[in-house]
Design a protein around this ligand. Structure first.
Ligand code: ZN
Length: 164
């Protein structure tokens, strides 16, 4: 069964997700409700049409995902590594979720780096960080936690490049 994150926005954690699912859903809900209503609305409007014939978003907590997290499929698939999420304190997990939702917000924003062909990975990360920080998440805390736990993240993801 999927786990509801927020009924008003139709957000749910996909069936088959791994790890501490209810705890993840609770932290996701808290993070989501931190975002200003107008920005939530922009994101929901982006998700509304669905993607590739599937309802959107697909929020998944995956074993062995090769990054800590990523907003894939133009922000319609939000994938999280379950082992990494389970290691994170609630506040850090909320920062990670805020960052991925910021990527979605930029997909919904004309002229963003997310929508600019030829934009660099760093430009896309920087715009997501700036938006997430503006919402009250703390990208510096997320980075500091990841630096302190790099060995565990690499072991969980199988990827030397720690990223989200
Ligand atoms: Zn990112």
């Amino acid at each position: 069964m999927p786990i509801s994150i927020d009924t008003a926005s139709g957000l749910q954690l996909a069936d088959g997700s791994d790890g501490a699912r209810q705890r993840f859903a609770n932290v996701f809900r808290t993070a989501w409700l931190t975002i200003p209503a107008a920005d939530q609305q922009r994101i929901v409007t982006w998700w509304q049409p669905g993607f590739a014939g599937q309802a959107s978003p697909q929020v998944q907590l995956l074993a062995n995902y090769n990054m800590a997290a990523a907003a894939e499929a133009f922000g319609h698939h939000l994938n999280f590594n379950s082992d990494v999420c389970d290691l994170m304190p609630d506040a850090i997990l909320a920062d990670l979720i805020g960052h991925e939702l910021a990527h979605v917000w930029h997909y919904a924003q004309q002229g963003s780096f997310a929508n600019t062909i030829g934009a660099t990975h760093q430009q896309r990360e920087n715009e997501a960080d700036a938006t997430a920080d503006g919402w009250g998440f703390c990208m510096a805390n997320l980075r500091a936690w990841a630096n302190a736990n790099a060995t565990a993240i690499v072991a969980a993801t199988g990827n030397q490049n720690v990223g989200w």
